[in-house]
Design a protein around this ligand. Structure first.
Ligand code: SF4
Length: 323
């Protein structure tokens, strides 16, 4: 299946900051600041950036778990932000989320069976017996034995808990899953098992993923396209192979240079970024990366770079004055 499943247009999410004795709005945290992208059905878009760059807020805004300040989200052409409560409930079947911390996101008082049964009962999918059959199918797909159905989340390891989180997201048969840093709370040895599972699900079930991570190495093998965010903006987006082979934006180049190289004889040309990420309350003028960019020139301090498509055979979007 091809075609645009998700289109995000100029999405903004500003959180108000209140101050003074009248608790007036004195400023805003610009967590997401004018992001646009699209995701094809059956594909995975990896979204990467340092902590606080707005990627998780973007994921939640796409699902309307947080109401965006401005912009548009279209899911199969439907305006997600304009849906009524009941329309949104129907849409939630198709749009699910996997959380970063599987332990915190699973109710400790519910058995695995109840956790997986709840969404099926809420959406009244099938008959009661077919719901249990569906649970067994999903358990099998994510690699959990049916004997564990009556156990509680605390009885599982981190990796198994994330499998339960994935099973819960899958049980309604969604078309899109927002995976919000699904492996960053797991041991490195377990990370690759969960990544392989996600990649397998994507191929077997044709589910699209918006895969959020803070590390380019993590999304490399599961993403068809990769987007890089900095201070609430999408600074580069391209097909995964293009972006890793020929990163254009200095920030992407710096992130890639920080990935350890397995060959000890090779010394990577590491690009050190100076200073911390500026505050999203008062982002720098012009290009918001100019305070840390080794190539910054005068224009970068004054003019916001427009997004350009530098791709020849496929789209390669970059926002930088070097191009
Ligand atoms: Fe660096 Fe200027 Fe490009 Fe921003 S616009 S990334 S400061 S060169």
């Amino acid at each position: 299946m091809t075609g645009k499943l998700l289109e995000v247009k100029n999405l903004k999410k500003y959180f108000p900051i209140k101050g003074g004795i009248f608790r007036r709005v004195v400023n805003h945290v610009k967590a997401v600041d004018g992001v646009s992208f699209s995701l094809e059905a059956g594909k995975t878009l990896g979204l990467v950036g340092e902590s606080g760059c707005g990627k998780s807020t973007l994921g939640r805004s796409v699902l309307r778990l947080q109401l965006p300040t401005e912009g548009q989200v279209l899911f199969e052409g439907k305006d997600v932000l304009g849906q009524s409560h009941s329309e949104m409930k129907a849409l939630r079947r198709d749009m699910q989320i996997i959380f970063q911390d599987p332990f915190a996101s699973l109710n400790p008082r519910m058995t695995i069976h109840s956790i997986l049964r709840e969404p099926l009962d809420t959406h009244r999918l099938g008959t009661p017996s077919s719901r249990d059959q569906k649970i067994l199918e999903i358990m099998d797909i994510v690699g959990l034995r049916k004997q564990v159905l009556n156990r509680y989340p605390h009885e599982f390891s981190g990796g198994q808990r994330q499998r339960i989180g994935i099973a819960r997201a899958l049980v309604l048969g969604p078309k899109l899953i927002v995976a919000d840093e699904p492996v960053s709370a797991l041991d490195v040895s377990v990370q690759s098992q969960v990544l392989n599972l996600i990649s397998d699900l994507q191929e077997r079930l044709g589910v699209s993923f918006l895969f959020i991570a803070h590390d380019l190495a993590v999304v490399q093998h599961v993403s068809h396209d990769v987007g890089v965010m900095y201070l609430g903006k999408l600074v580069e987006k391209a097909e995964s192979s293009d972006l890793y082979r020929e990163p254009k934006h200095p920030y992407t180049q710096a992130l890639l240079s920080a990935i350890p190289v397995p060959d000890p004889t090779k010394v990577p040309d590491r690009i050190e970024l100076k200073g911390d990420v500026p505050s999203p309350i008062n982002p720098p003028n012009g290009c918001s990366f100019h305070t840390r960019c080794p190539f910054a020139k005068d224009i970068c301090r004054e003019v916001v770079p427009q997004q350009k498509d530098l791709g020849s055979s496929s789209e390669h979007l970059v926002s930088c004055h070097l191009y």
